[in-house]
Design a protein around this ligand. Structure first.
Ligand code: NAD
Ligand code: UD1
Length: 329
């Protein structure tokens, strides 16, 4: 199939392009490079030895999006483009609502106009709020406390309504847990701007000596060692989840958790990183980060049942691959 990957130059998008190409699909990337580099598209081609068509466009620009759909017979869309920094979304709500919502509306309209009926969307476990654990797809969504999370919940509803009116519009909503790691080539991976907000890139930068020590946000949560627990998933497993979702898409709206169903605490992740890479990660315990929940992990059994997909790579592989990329980068 000819698959349009929006945000395909970004962290998860670039790995998804690799998995799609390896599965035999043709890939067209649309990205405005607001949080990524053009070189990533070259690297996707280098890894796979296959061609990728690249459009440097803003998805809120309906005319530019139309050009892509006119030039190619698009069979399906994987929509990863979006702004994703939680803290920034609190400071710049308008930019987040505008970018994330309008780009989705423009894309959905183009799909309608050009009769494209396969649509896969990058959502987030953040839409569960602090529901009871493990998070299951059937749960009611809870407020997310930040505009970024709200855009995900709103887009899920918008896509569901479009599909309700036209069931042929087949939608797969993928709720990612905590994607980490990198392609084993070390060529593509996560490249946060400035000081990372997320744990794994912070750890790799401490290991490299770019940052002095990790600040562990709280050790008084009701968890195995008091530190926050998350469901980390290797970005390659996540990428393969997109291919499985696309290949198994049927009419209507389908929601899938993409996680491992396993929780890992901050200190367990630090220990695994040290073991995997024989390198020390100095840390100190500081206050809790406002807005954090104690535990977050998936029930990922639906994706296994319906898509035949499960995450295969363990925490050690995640730490090893994240570090390999950081060393190269
Ligand atoms: P990323 O920033 O690396 O990739 C997003 C890409 O979208 C970037 O290349 C950016 O340039 C592009 N983009 C943004 N707005 C655009 C626009 N208007 N037009 C064209 N391109 C635009 O982020 P990522 O980590 O790869 O995340 C991909 C998707 O997955 C996002 O929608 C994000 O919200 C979602 N997600 C990410 C995580 C995570 O932890 N990384 C977790 C849950 C969900
Ligand atoms: C973040 C986002 C969330 C997104 C998710 C998936 C926030 C507030 N939330 O959540 O919307 O869906 O990523 O990528 O950013 N930690 C430290 N020290 C650090 C960084 C993190 O101790 O320097 C701890 C956190 O308190 C948490 C765990 O590490 O317990 C993971 O944090 P992080 O990587 O930011 O992910 P989430 O909190 O799950």
């Amino acid at each position: 199939m000819n698959i349009l990957v929006t945000g395909g130059a970004g962290y998860i998008g670039s790995h998804t392009c690799v998995s799609l190409l390896e599965a035999g699909h043709t890939v067209i990337v649309a990205d405005n490079l607001c949080n990524s580099k053009r070189e990533n598209v070259e690297k996707i081609m280098q890894i796979t030895d296959k061609e990728v068509t690249f459009y440097e466009i803003d998805l809120t620009d309906a005319k530019a999006v139309d050009v892509v759909f006119r030039n190619y017979k698009v069979d399906g869309v994987i929509h990863l483009a979006g702004l994703k920094a939680v803290g920034e979304s609190v400071d710049m709500p308008l930019a987040y609502y505008y970018n994330n919502i309008v780009s989705t509306l423009v894309l959905a309209k183009a799909c309608q106009k050009f009769n494209v009926n396969r649509f896969v969307f990058s959502s987030s476990a953040t839409v569960y709020g602090d529901n009871t654990l493990p998070f299951v797809e059937t749960m009611n969504l809870l407020p997310t406390t930040n505009p970024y999370g709200e855009t995900k919940a709103m887009i899920e509803r918008i896509l569901a309504d479009i599909s309700k009116a036209n069931p042929a519009f087949s939608v797969s909503i993928l709720r990612y847990f905590n994607p980490v790691g990198a392609h084993e080539s070390g060529l593509i991976g996560e490249e946060p701007n400035g000081i990372p907000n997320n744990l794994m890139p912070y750890i790799t930068q401490v290991a490299k000596g770019k940052l002095e020590k990790l600040r562990v946000f709280g050790n008084d949560y009701p968890t195995v060692d008091g530190t926050g627990v998350r469901d980390y998933i290797h970005v390659i497993d996540l990428a393969e989840g997109h291919v499985a979702a696309l290949n198994n898409l049927t009419e209507g709206v389908h929601i899938y958790n993409l996680g491992t169903s396993q929780g890992t605490s901050v200190l367990e992740l630090v220990k695994a990183f040290e073991e995997a890479n024989s390198i020390e990660v100095p840390y100190e315990i500081v206050d809790r980060r406002p807005g954090d929940i104690a535990l977050c992990y998936a029930d990922a059994s639906k994706a296994k049942r319906e898509l035949g997909w499960t995450a295969e790579r363990d925490i050690i592989a995640m730490c090893r691959d994240a570090w390999r990329f950081e060393k190269n980068y």
